[in-house]
Design a protein. Structure first.
Length: 218
């Protein structure tokens, strides 16, 4: 009799354990972290261009430019134009194709203002004109990375000197702190905040631009 009671008790305990396992919810997978699409390698030397087509900047080439004015998703508007200047010389086979300090123009192609609930501010920047040695060139480019500048010194001298300065404008503006924190770069050059706030790019921020088509400059 006692043996039968023990068997029944064991059967009941097993059944209860099975029900508990069936009703307990499986552990939820943690959401993937949003990783900034930037790196901490600041521009610090002239950029070398592929030599396969002399006088032409190939599609896919990246150039670093510095914002002349602050841009923010809180105040920017679609089709708002802005100006930047190249940070380093673009060199091909020992020849400077695009001097540091050359003007590159762009446009805000999309704006998302930060919302009160789960909405990050974002700016989409595209680049469409470059002035090289006094001549305007049409380009197509988008942002791939963003850096925070330490500050600007003697910018007027640099802009006026152009190719005479040589090398890197960053050596005169005091260098670069590194990648802007709290920002991610999405497809098509969209720069978004990660904390539910508006994204702000202060004047002096350095944007890395990828050219989507070749540009003949010399």
């Amino acid at each position: 009799m006692k043996a039968m009671l023990k068997v029944r008790a064991l059967t009941v305990a097993t059944a209860i354990a099975g029900v508990a396992c069936a009703t307990s919810s499986p552990p939820r997978a943690s959401a993937p972290e949003r990783t900034p699409q930037v790196n901490s390698q600041a521009p610090n030397s002239p950029t070398t261009v592929n030599e396969s087509t002399p006088g032409t900047i190939p599609a896919g080439q990246e150039i670093d430019v510095r914002l002349r004015n602050t841009l923010s998703s809180e105040t920017a508007t679609v089709e708002q134009r802005f100006e930047t200047t190249t940070v380093v010389d673009l060199v091909q086979n020992g020849r400077v194709l695009v001097p540091a300090g050359s003007v590159v123009q762009g446009v805000v192609s999309d704006v998302d203002k930060a919302g009160r609930i789960d909405r990050d501010g974002a700016l989409t920047l595209t680049f469409d004109h470059m002035k090289v040695n006094g001549r305007n060139r049409d380009i197509r480019g988008s942002a791939t990375q963003i850096y925070e500048s330490k500050g600007i010194r003697e910018e007027g001298t640099v802009a006026a000197a152009g190719a005479g300065v040589g090398g890197i404008v960053g050596g005169i503006i005091g260098g670069v702190k590194g990648a802007v924190l709290g920002a991610v770069i999405g497809a098509g050059g969209a720069i978004a905040a990660t904390d539910g706030k508006d994204i702000t790019l202060p004047a002096g921020s350095i944007v890395r631009v990828r050219l989507d088509s070749p540009v003949r400059v010399g």
